[in-house]
Design a binder for this molecule. Sequence first.
Ligand code: GCB
Length: 604
Amino acid sequence: MYQFKMIFGCLLLPVAVWSQGLLNNTENRNTTSLNGNWNYIVDPYETGYYNFHAEVYDQKNPKATAAFYNNYHAKNKTELVEYDFDRSPQLKVPGDWNTQKENLFYYEGTIWFKKSFDYDLQSGKRLFVYFGAVNYKAEVYLNGTKLGIHEGGFTAFNFDITAVVKPKDNYLVVKVDNKRLKEAVPTANTDWWNYGGITRDVLLIEEPQVFIQDYAIQLKKGTSNIFSGFVVLNNNSGSEKITLTIRELQVEKEITAGTDGKAVFEFEVDNNIKYWSPDFPKLYKVLISTGYQSLKADIGFRTIETRGPDILLNGKSVFLRGISLHEEIAGRRANTLADAVRLLTWAKELGCNYVRLAHYPHNEYMLQTADKLGLLVWEEIPVYWTIDFNNPATFANAEDQLTAVINRDKNRACVIIWSVANETPLSESRNTFLINLVNQARALDNTRLISAALLTRSENGVGIIDDKMGAYFDIIAFNEYRGWYGGDLVSAPAAKWTTPYNKPVVVSEFGGDAKQGLHGKKEERWTEEYQEYLYQQNLLMIQQMPNIRGVSPWILTDFRSPRRMLPGVQDGFNRKGLISDKGIKKKAFNTLQAFYKKIALQYN
Ligand code: GCB
């Protein structure tokens, strides 16, 4: 159930992750949604988890009626039972709890969720329960049996429940704990609100005994007509034939999985491939079939590489016209297809060909939509600010999250960059930590670019982009806040920058707060005019930077942050959005839009 890892030369305690392979491409599998209303119990003292001497029930006395995961009901009027899910209130899943109930607005701690369901599983079939994400730690039980634990608020996980599920009256209980911890990923301190809950879809996935668990298909690195990849069958015992079909390209290949379940392939395609790009987001219908199953997937094919300061998409130099965004809309967690379409349509309207999905892996609708709308994507893990770089368990956790997001999204043409960190303070242990993440990302996927949002320094007024980690990255990305946290705006366009790296430079953040509707002089903080001027001056500065090949200003929309409390202006929101949390555009939206129009012409 747990993974044991060797890191920094020592065998670690188990990290709380599920080692069963993740089922990707859930949109095309045989699924039943468990979304909807779930009963919940707020449990700040974890009364349903520990007995009064602080012993964990599921270790000490798994059948204890007082353990909430047993979903026990009193058998008669004399029996003492101090909880009852069925008489408890309900929350929507998926959803963050903070914005669903007023009294949970600032809640951080444990809440138990329960969902009852029936399922008629035919013999010879297998059933999995899949969680898109739970923030932060989930302990999952079905019918009183512990399925496992998952840590990390933004990655998917699943459990095989074939042996536990019954035709009627199943009860799925999830203990969700979103307490912030110094050693967690992210750590206790972030500039975004730590929404708790079962924040993404919950699905039952039915599969045959031997099933297609995972696959990768993309253009081999350095080529534009060789497909390479693999298919993994779960529970395969003999040799099994798999057919890979892409009808539009007249591809029909037979490959064979050995007893390890894995079939690796590489073949050339003579037909003209229509390459995926923001201007032409072509997705091919790919079919993977075995004797028991056919799984379809929509996959785009494109190449991405760098040459000196250039980012080459399908061999052609691109400028990343981007915007950063959180997985948030209207002051709540975004978690539906409609949310994804809304957010990414704004990005398109802005003239973007690229988005930075900050600061953690976003939900699958975002990637699905970016693939369809034609937006290049930077994906990130929450190795943010002052992560506990000296802690091997923190590294194992970060590495697990990186692995999970690469596993989930490796077939998305839109994803071009895996980012391993944001604004981390310089130290040797931080370098070791990040280098190990870079190595892991490259080992899992050698076709995409690796980066991180770095910090810079200055000497005699010259900005210097020389973080040592730049040597390990394909793209040199950094955040700068000229005219907001420091530096003046008047002289910004004349500012000098330098870098020792002959690589593409991307400004991963710049920006400043404006309260939508607040107007005044361009020198007055919080006004739309200040933000507009800040954008004008920063864009003039950025255009002069050496090797500049992209920018993703901070940020598309205002978002909740408990660090931002100025009354009447911030009120718990970071106001650097180009669009307010109410969905109203600010003046700087037009400034960036005009800039992107100009850049699009230059790079065409
Ligand atoms: C940053 C962080 C981002 C913050 C932003 C700000 O550099 O990467 O998470 O929200 O600055 O508004 O200060």
